[in-house]
Ligand binder design. Structure first.
Ligand code: PMP
Length: 385
């Protein structure tokens, strides 16, 4: 009787005492893990962790099954990728040389910084936005020119264009987070066009589409077509959000081949085989993506409506998080949520009174609202109940 590799693998796992649990079964446990951060352990079966814009549902079953099927490769180098590169190429209509894989899209953001800021150049972008890009710029000896948002929390495109032209020789690249983290606000298609047409033609632009999959605003469009036109645009995507694979670390950048070539000098080129198979499956799993998107929108809009009815202003969001104006310092407010076993927010200067809340599952958001009502009095303009 021929022993299949799979049964050898599961026999080995059983020998180690894992009782050959497969990922699909293990997945049920991921929702109730205990992790240590700082001094106190955090029990995720108790705590609502709605502070890091994660996907509360985890990866879909087909994604986990695809990861399971990759175990047989884990002791090898140069393994198949489960169709990941081909899937990304097909999705965007690009060639192999237009893609750079990273351990999370965060790696690609860092690689862009290292590629274009060495020698002390600066990134130009809005504040607040995804701060990792600006802190990395400083770490590699460059800097950041940060421009305020408009009063309605949109990004001020004419201002960015003006600064890009005035300071062109100092600027290594422009960063546009679309939709923006932490506000959840999109940059409409026309504004992206205005930015790209207004800045010097050879100035690289990093467009971060980490939250692309949650958007339903028709004014938004992906910026991938600019890459196809050959503009110096790098678009990043991640499997951490819609695909629920944050801890598995997979993301990618799409850019003209000569830019990818420069960037790849600074990339690790290392992603684990399990997430490559899972990522490839998630690209094909449109129904799974749709489920997460629909649940996110439903739970987000219900929570926002409740907060508004209670008299608090919330910035309309196109992502899996939103900001509520609590009119108090959010550092203190986040502490007040802790006794309710709720992790929320951190300061995003200069928006120090806006609490960023990630959209958890329905139960987590119900608990968030209970705590919110305890911590905050009904505002004067609350709808009469
Ligand atoms: N870009 C934005 C705007 C983000 O919010 C995040 C993570 N929160 C990332 C990139 C990086 O995510 P990852 O490295 O998990 O792909």
């Amino acid at each position: 009787m021929g022993l299949s590799r799979r049964s050898l693998v599961s026999g080995f796992a059983a020998g180690l005492g894992y009782a050959s649990l497969r990922g699909t079964e293990l997945l049920a446990r991921t929702r109730a893990g205990i992790f240590q951060r700082g001094r106190a352990p955090i029990d995720l079966s108790v705590v609502a962790k709605i502070n890091n814009n994660e996907n509360p549902y985890g990866p879909s079953e087909v994604v986990v099954e695809a990861m399971d099927s990759a175990w047989e490769w884990v002791n090898r180098y140069g393994t198949p990728d489960g169709g990941l590169r081909a899937g990304i190429q097909e999705l965007h209509g690009v060639e192999r040389g237009n893609i750079l894989l990273g351990a999370g899209s965060g790696e690609i953001l860092d690689v862009v910084g290292t590629t274009f800021l060495l020698g002390g150049k600066k990134v130009l972008g809005a504040e607040p936005s995804y701060g990792q890009v600006y802190s990395h710029a400083r770490r590699v000896g460059g800097g950041a020119i940060l421009r305020p948002l408009n009063p309605d929390n949109t990004q001020n495109i004419p201002d960015l264009v003006e600064v890009a032209n005035q300071h062109a020789s100092e600027i290594g690249f422009v960063y546009l987070c679309n939709p923006n983290n932490p506000t959840g606000v999109v940059v409409p298609e026309q504004d992206v066009q205005q930015l790209l047409d207004g800045i010097p033609a050879d100035m690289p632009v990093l467009i971060d589409e980490a939250y692309h999959h949650f958007i339903d605003d028709p004014a938004y469009a992906t910026s991938i077509p600019y890459v196809l036109e050959g503009r110096p645009v790098i678009v990043t995507r991640t499997f951490s959000k819609i695909a629920g694979l944050a801890a598995m670390r997979l993301g990618y950048g799409v850019a003209p081949a000569e830019i990818i070539e420069k960037m790849s000098l600074f990339a690790t080129g290392s992603q684990n085989v399990l997430v490559k198979f899972g990522g490839a499956a998630s690209l094909r799993d449109l129904a799974g993506q749709e489920r997460v998107k629909a649940l996110n929108i439903e739970v987000r809009e219900k929570t926002i409506a409740e907060l508004r009815a209670y008299g608090y202003e919330v910035i309309s969001s196109q992502t899996n998080f939103f900001m509520v104006d609590v009119k108090r310092n959010v550092r203190e407010v986040a502490q007040e949520f802790r006794p309710f076993d709720i992790l929320v927010g951190r300061p995003f200067p200069p928006m120090d009174q806006h609490l960023r809340v990630s959209v958890g599952n329905a139960d987590e958001m119900r608990r968030f609202m209970v705590a919110f009502r305890e911590i905050f009095p009904a505002a004067a303009n609350a709808a009469a109940a």
